[in-house]
Design a protein around this ligand. Structure first.
Ligand code: 5GP
Length: 225
């Protein structure tokens, strides 16, 4: 309508959590979403695990010592943390707080223990997706072809898969990673829909009121009709 402009509406950012048993393809899906969407960034976790070949410190993880990790826990600087396969992993709190405040979305590659803690502490900002492999063999095949892990590590990760799978009821959405491209589109669709949730908009009531006032000022008498 000519002559009736309104200020841009702001929204809070989303924490998009992807979890799956090792080898279901979650990391590749997360990378594709980050490449395709300009308003989502990775939440970079801290971990005490060894850096793998091909990983970059500060990008894939912040690789830190056990002492440094304990300090972060003690100082309350982690939004959630867990022990996975004998190593500690955690989400630094400060970057999450500022992203959500600024309306920037974050993608989290964390396990069910982390997703559970975020559900308890930050339900309103959280969207959780459980990625499933189409068949059990796919887990094994993906872990083997990734060639990043020793036979012993693959063995331990596979042994853990049934337990990880049991946590599916704690997630909002499920995506079966049959076809990579389809899975990426499905997770993007979840993200797009969740961005439009009414509760995420900041100052929506005020925005609507302003709009009503502007229209009423120009076209009075609506209350009488
Ligand atoms: P990986 O060692 O293969 O990178 O990760 C092992 C597991 O730890 C994966 O299931 C991954 O999702 C999980 N993980 C990575 N970062 C975090 C984190 O910050 N918190 C939690 N709770 N889990 C994490």
């Amino acid at each position: 309508m000519v002559g009736l402009s309104t200020d841009h509406l702001k929204r809070r950012g989303i924490m998009l959590v992807l979890s799956s048993p090792s080898g279901a393809g979650k990391t590749s899906i997360a990378k594709a979403i980050l490449a395709r969407d300009g308003n989502i960034a990775p939440s970079v976790s801290v971990t005490t695990r060894e850096q793998r070949p091909g990983e970059t410190d500060g990008e894939d993880y912040h690789f830190i010592s056990r002492d440094a990790f304990q300090n972060l826990v003690r100082q309350g600087q982690l939004l959630e943390y867990a022990e996975v396969f004998g190593n500690f992993y955690g989400t630094p709190r400060a970057p999450v707080d500022s992203a959500l405040r600024d309306g920037r979305d974050l993608i989290f590659d964390i396990d069910w223990q982390g997703a559970r803690q975020l559900t308890e502490n930050a339900r309103d900002d959280l969207v959780t997706v459980f990625i499933l492999p189409p068949r059990a063999e796919d887990l094994e095949r993906r872990l083997m072809t990734r060639a990043q892990d020793t036979a012993d590590t693959i063995q331990r990760r596979m042994a853990k898969a049934p337990d990880e799978l049991s946590h599916y009821p704690e997630y909002d959405y499920v995506v079966v990673n049959n076809d990579f491209e389809t899975s990426v589109v499905q997770v993007m669709a979840i993200l797009h829909a969740e961005r439009q949730r009414r509760q995420r908009f900041v100052g929506l009531a005020q925005f609507i009121r302003g709009m009503q006032e502007q229209v009423r000022a120009k076209y009075p008498g609506g209350e009488l009709m």
